[in-house]
Ligand binder design. Structure first.
Ligand code: DC
Length: 206
């Protein structure tokens, strides 16, 4: 079975949780496409040219333990604005999306550019304050000096760059189901996502 779920949205909106829960529920493979840009950004920070870094990504690069920091997120957002870096990563993502057994990809341009033919498209978002609070709760465990204000300005800078870039900017596909988790618990958002995927799978069988 070929079945793609495309999930987009700004940083720390809950895409990762929704993706992982969908993958668990339906037994689909999951690709966090942000990791491709984070690993590329990390290789550039180590001294490599951006295109060469994107073209030479290995599973070991994606397993680096330093990819989750705010600095790695900013480095990712910067290389992600380069059209040749994005182009170098398209084939891998499209092949993943059409693998047998179902696939979930989360990122910024999945429903609009990578998989416009996806069977289900979701756009997960939340207010800046709620997203900053969630990211702070995650990162402050390993970085006690972190403040919510610093996380908020980091997210806003990243979202502004991701939304304003000329190539594949962050935006919802016209046919995406909107999940605004500002006042919706993540569990409830997951339930809605599961229902949307179950409905599309049933339609595909009927
Ligand atoms: O999802 P994330 O926060 O790990 O993504 C890190 C950065 O990578 C994000 O700020 C923008 C970029 N990105 C992108 O441009 N396109 C994607 N499909 C995924 C991430």
């Amino acid at each position: 079975m070929i079945f793609t779920v495309a999930i987009d949205g700004p940083a720390a909106a809950g895409k990762g949780t929704v993706s992982r829960e969908l993958a668990r529920h339906f037994g689909f493979a999951h690709l966090d496409t942000g990791l491709l840009y984070r690993a590329t950004g990390a290789k550039v920070a180590d001294g490599m040219a951006p295109l060469a870094a994107a073209q030479s990504l290995t599973p070991d690069d994606l397993a680096r333990t330093d990819l989750r920091s705010a600095a790695a997120g900013q480095a990712a957002s910067m290389v992600a604005a380069l059209p040749d870096v994005r182009a170098a990563l398209v084939d891998f993502q499209r092949r993943f999306a059409r693998r047998a057994g179902g696939a979930i990809l989360d990122g910024r341009d999945i429903g609009t550019v990578i998989c416009p033919e996806a069977e289900v498209k979701l756009y997960v978002t939340a207010s800046d304050q709620v997203r900053a609070g969630r990211r702070f709760a995650e990162l402050s465990v390993t970085d006690p000096a972190l403040t919510v204000a610093a996380v908020l300005s980091d997210l806003q800078a990243r979202d502004a760059r991701d939304s304003a870039r000329a190539t594949a900017p962050l935006c919802a596909a016209d046919d995406a189901l909107l999940l605004d988790t500002t006042n919706l618990a993540i569990e409830a958002a997951v339930e809605r996502a599961v229902a949307a995927v179950a409905k599309a799978l049933k339609q595909g069988r009927d």
